[in-house]
Design a binder for this molecule. Structure first.
Ligand code: AMP
Ligand code: MG
Length: 550
């Protein structure tokens, strides 16, 4: 008798699934897929809900490669069935994780994977283990009153941004594929009483783990130390084995080392966000990865005009808790919540130590970031009483400029590399350089013209500082270009690709993903992707305004 067809496909796939999370951690005994409180369990078994007509719209060839999935497999109809959740493979034990979290500063209780379903973990050809999760795969016991689905626009945004961030060198979860479901989903995009049917989609995301701070917070809030300990042991064993002291992953020393490591990784991740101008938009503790990865791409945005007060998230417009400039301090606040969650396992003083580690790491990375962005060997900001030369006036001058006009952050730093710092110019001549080299980075040409002498004066100080730094000019320029991307996922670029995709044309998704694969290279012919926000996008939904509705 011939082997059944599914076996042929599975053999061709060659994936071997693991189930460490479900095997090692207590699960929900109920298999009923209805919203409920799940106690004493780290996960609930749940199957994706089938969709009508799955079609893969876009995939990441790097992620496919890493998982050992060939181009022809990725393009096969069978794979579309797998990536939409319609088809289970041998070894998969799908589940939704149980977690809680602080949302906008308040404890929110149980949240959990309301629309994300992990299919399983796979061992990659290079020997790593990666979890595959479908976002938008249907309701789970954690869906509360929502539908477990995701719309195409938010799925495009998650897919493109995960990959853009990876190529920028920012720690992030990855996206394997974006699959249209062939079904519609109703959303009130701006929460203004205008619900509308939109195309639905599923993103297959990939990471070594999707565990969040909130996975630790919930058992502690429920005084379930047994579950807290089991989860900690699991995460330590598989993701931080080097931190396990004396063979005991939940000893006070081990857990203290773990907390410090997560604090430092979080600070480093946020420093990278600040460098590239990324604003996450919803830094709730359920959206903070225990591995220090950027996770849960929702109403995020990219700084175009530099404004530390900017947030893309209209749901947060009142308090602007998650604005660009607040991200480093919110990261600290979130780490403090993780410290609270781990407190039952920690030695005295470990929380304070972790907060200190966060602060030290952030400050060190912040200085390094400005040095890299400005092309200096180092930036010096001596503490009070320390003496020595300070770069504070230089930085204050720069932020002063940013405060006087709307200046495109990516374009400005990118162009700064081209400033002829070693030419002996008269002070007045720097105003001309300002106009020629940086003029295009201003949103208002009239304002630019008026400010030219001010920008010139700053440039003259900057050039003197660069000369004093003594670096080879070409080396400085090259290093600045490695720190200051030319191509980022500008909000309007994503929106343009989304509008086309909603109309059935996915070519712009491909084009954009392609550009974002090499964000630091000049890509001749693709200048249109490195332009400041066009006027039409200034107040358009999706470009300047995003809500949590996704
Ligand atoms: P977020 O802030 O988008 O990361 O989501 C917060 C919580 O809401 C998480 O528990 C999500 O799983 C859940 N959630 C968001 N959107 C949906 C949806 N469409 N269906 C079910 N749960 C959702
Ligand atoms: Mg989330």
């Amino acid at each position: 008798m011939p082997a059944p067809r599914h076996d042929e496909f599975e053999t061709r796939l060659g994936l071997s699934f693991r189930d460490r999370f479900v095997r090692e951690l207590p699960g929900d005994p109920s298999i009923e897929n209805v919203p409920r409180q799940v106690k004493g369990a780290a996960w609930s078994p749940v199957l994706p809900t089938k969709v009508a007509a799955p079609k893969v719209l876009l995939h990441s060839r790097e992620v496919a490669d890493e998982l050992g999935l060939s181009e022809s497999v990725m393009r096969s109809p069978e794979m579309a069935e797998v990536l939409s959740g319609n088809r289970m493979l041998r070894g998969m034990r799908p589940y939704a994780a149980c977690y809680g979290g602080h949302q906008f500063g308040s404890w929110a209780g149980q949240l959990g994977d309301g629309r994300a379903i992990t299919l399983g973990e796979i061992a990659t050809p290079s020997g790593k283990i990666q979890e595959i999760q479908l976002k938008g795969a249907g309701p789970t016991p954690y869906s509360r009153r929502a539908d477990g689905r995701a719309v195409l626009r938010s799925s495009v945004r998650e897919m493109l941004c995960s990959e853009a961030m990876h190529h920028l060198g920012v720690p992030t979860t990855r996206a394997l594929a974006l699959t249209a479901t062939g079904e519609s989903v109703v959303r009130d995009m701006l929460y203004d009483g205008n619900p509308k049917a939109e195309p639905g989609a599923v993103v297959a995301r990939v990471a070594p783990s999707f565990v969040r701070f909130g996975n630790f917070e919930l058992p502690t809030a429920r005084k379930d130390e047994e579950l807290l300990r089991a989860l900690t042991a699991h995460v330590m064993k598989h993701h931080y084995p080097e931190l396990v002291k004396a063979g005991d992953p939940t000893s006070p020393d081990s857990v203290a080392a773990f907390l410090i490591e997560v604090a430092e990784r979080t600070a480093r991740m946020i420093a990278e966000w600040m460098r590239v101008g990324f604003v996450h938009g919803v830094m709730n503790t359920d959206n903070m990865s225990i591995l220090g990865l950027t996770i849960d791409y929702g109403p995020y945005g990219w700084l175009e005009g530099y404004d530390p007060g900017w947030t893309p998230n209209t749901t947060d417009a009142q308090g602007r808790r998650y604005r660009y400039g607040a991200q480093p301090s919110i990261g600290a606040w979130n780490v403090a919540r993780l410290a609270d969650a781990l407190a039952p396992l920690l030695p005295e003083g470990a929380g304070d130590q972790a907060m200190k580690a966060y602060g030290t790491t952030w400050e060190e990375r912040e200085l390094r970031m400005y040095a890299e962005k400005l092309g200096l060997r180092a930036v010096h900001l001596p503490e009070e009483g320390e003496g020595g030369p300070s770069d504070m006036p230089l930085l204050e001058g720069l932020f002063g400029l940013f405060g006087k006009a709307e200046i495109d952050m990516p374009l400005f730093y990118r162009a700064l590399a081209d400033v002829p710092t070693h030419e002996p110019l008269a002070p007045e001549a720097w105003a001309n350089v300002a106009g020629e080299v940086l003029g295009h980075t201003f949103y208002d040409t009239e304002v630019e013209r008026v400010l030219r002498p001010t920008v010139g004066a700053w440039l003259s100080t900057y050039a003197a500082r660069v000369r004093e730094d003594g670096r080879d000019p070409e080396e400085r320029r090259a290093s600045m270009r490695r720190a200051n991307p030319k191509y980022v996922l500008r909000n309007w670029l994503a929106q343009k690709a989304i509008d086309l995709a909603e109309a059935g044309d996915t070519s712009e998704l491909e084009a954009l993903l392609e550009v974002l694969r090499r964000p630091y290279d000049d890509q001749p012919g693709r200048e249109a992707y490195a332009q400041k926000r066009p006027e039409w996008a200034r107040h358009k939904a999706g470009c300047s305004m995003l809500s949590c509705s996704s």
